[in-house]
Design a protein around this ligand. Structure first.
Ligand code: ZN
Length: 491
């Protein structure tokens, strides 16, 4: 067997001020054929797992380019077209192939392309013809368009949010691909439109039980090859935004459709109950101060660079300063200009500095003051599961007793090691402020005495009922109350 694999992924918050070009991919991951590292990045596990599968089977894996950019705003048109054409040309050169196995995200929007993944998949289908297997692993924070469903044989999405299972789901993808190529199964994909948009953390109920149920069905029912919830991505203002349910069955479209509908309606029935309870910055800081033990983790959950924001909001910091808190550390505030100034000043220097809140409205004001430069690290990295996440040149500064990490590559706060690599012992602090919606949970819950989900300022369009969408559909909950019941009197 000859199998082509490649990855092209980012998550586009169309409301974000941070546009991205080729350099953003190079800063996160740009690996030409064969250059992909041994450990996977979020959306490139099909490549690393594919290497293992190919080695075991004695099959030939032809690697194309793998490119991943950290979530941000609109992708530069030329950048998308160049990366797409690079992969498509590599595939053409690799023909004939028996299968194409891709790592995608599913929420990339480029200037001029609302559905980049649909565009890429349709072009690949045209090249390989109708009979060659085409499948992909994707992030559930994505848009499942008709174009993608028409082009691919099947998709497998991560089930967990935080996405702790991207390697396991790549293994599912390859298991189904191998079984298909060896003639044991015929995957058929059925989709149900839940007509809603929500946030579905699996670290809490009711989503935890729902995902457990999906995995039980997959295990118990031989007809069911894979079940996925496409959560949808509310910060992507595109026509097919929303939550979808996928059932991949062994040739049983009718059963798959019935199962996807039943599960999708079950998901819809609990709408509005999935999100974690959110509190504002005043209550978060007050509760953290009142706690008897540390560290209390305040997640500045909507200023999450992982959701495409700048990650430079100062709203929670301002509240800490106003409350006179000193035993606190903040990781991180994105400000490459301030980092550059700190690097020039050197460790130990006390300098006047303006930092933070320079990118978007609703994120507080820049902080002006005299800071002490404590520690400088070039090309800093934190752990993320089995891999590493870079956060660029970084400066640990101290301002009015608070330890603050300024970074130059936007990165969400995945792991407490982001503090330790900067010389701050995260366990020794009463309060840790981090920028992440939920990915932090797996690692920070191991050291936190308490976790507070804080909605501070308006860095992210987190209320779909109020978000000024221009392109997204309006016929979904919570924009309308009950999209599944036709209006009385409607034709
Ligand atoms: Zn995601």
């Amino acid at each position: 067997m000859r199998i082509f694999t490649a990855a092209l992924a980012t998550e586009t918050n169309t409301f974000s001020p941070i546009c991205i070009d080729k350099r953003a991919f190079e800063a996160s991951l740009y690996a030409p054929p064969g250059a992909h590292p041994e450990t996977p990045t979020l959306c490139t596990a099909p490549i690393t797992v594919g290497r293992q599968v190919a080695a075991e089977k004695g099959w030939q894996l032809i690697e194309g380019t793998a490119a991943w950019a950290d979530p941000a705003g609109l992708v530069n048109r030329q950048t998308y077209e160049d990366l797409r054409d690079e992969i498509v040309d590599q595939l053409r050169a690799a023909l004939p192939v028996d299968a194409v196995v891709l790592g995608l995200h599913g929420a990339m929007v480029a200037d001029g392309y609302e559905d980049t993944e649909g565009d890429l998949l349709a072009r690949i289908r045209e090249i390989i013809g109708p009979d060659v297997l085409l499948c992909a692993e994707l992030d559930p924070h994505s848009h499942l368009t008709d174009k993608r469903v028409a082009a691919a044989d099947f998709f497998v999405f991560f089930k967990e949010f935080p996405h702790t299972d991207f390697v396991d789901r790549a293994k599912d993808l390859w298991r189904i691909a191998v079984d298909t190529l060896e003639g044991r199964v015929k995957p058929v994909m059925s989709v149900f439109d839940c007509r809603m948009i929500d946030v579905f953390p699996t670290s809490r109920e009711p989503m935890r039980s729902f995902v457990d149920k999906l995995m039980r069905i997959e295990k118990d029912d031989a007809d069911v090859l894979s079940l996925s919830v496409v959560h949808g991505f509310m910060a992507g203002d595109v026509p097919e935004m929303g939550t979808k349910m996928i059932a991949v069955t062994d040739g049983n479209r009718e059963k798959g459709q019935a199962l996807a509908s039943a599960l999708g309606l079950e998901l819809f029935a609990k709408r509005g109950t999935y999100r974690m309870p959110e509190i504002d910055e005043r209550r978060a800081v007050a509760e953290a101060i009142a706690a008897t033990a540390g560290p209390v983790v305040i997640a500045d959950m909507w200023d999450n660079p992982g959701g495409g924001t700048a990650g430079d909001a100062t709203v929670v910091l301002e509240e800490l300063l106003a409350s006179g808190v000193a035993d606190a550390a903040i990781g991180t505030i994105w400000d490459p200009m301030a980092v550059q100034i700190c690097m020039a000043a050197g460790e130990g220097a006390e300098i006047p500095l303006r930092f933070g809140a320079k990118s978007a409205p609703g994120t507080g004001s820049p902080i002006d003051g005299t800071v002490k430069v404590i520690n400088l690290v070039r090309n800093a990295e934190m752990r993320f599961g089995e891999s590493f996440a870079p956060f660029g040149d970084a400066a640990h500064i101290c301002y009015r007793g608070i330890d603050i990490i300024l970074n130059s590559t936007r990165a969400q706060s995945f792991d407490p090691s982001l503090f330790s690599v900067m010389g701050i012992d995260p366990r020794s602090k009463k309060i840790l402020v981090i920028k992440s919606t939920n990915h932090f949970f797996a690692s920070f819950s191991k050291i936190a005495s308490k976790i507070l989900y804080c909605s501070a300022g308006t860095p992210y369009p987190n209320d779909p009922a109020k978000t000024p969408y221009r392109r997204a559909r309006r016929d979904i909950w919570p924009i309308i109350a009950d999209p599944h019941t036709p209006k009385r009197g409607a034709a």
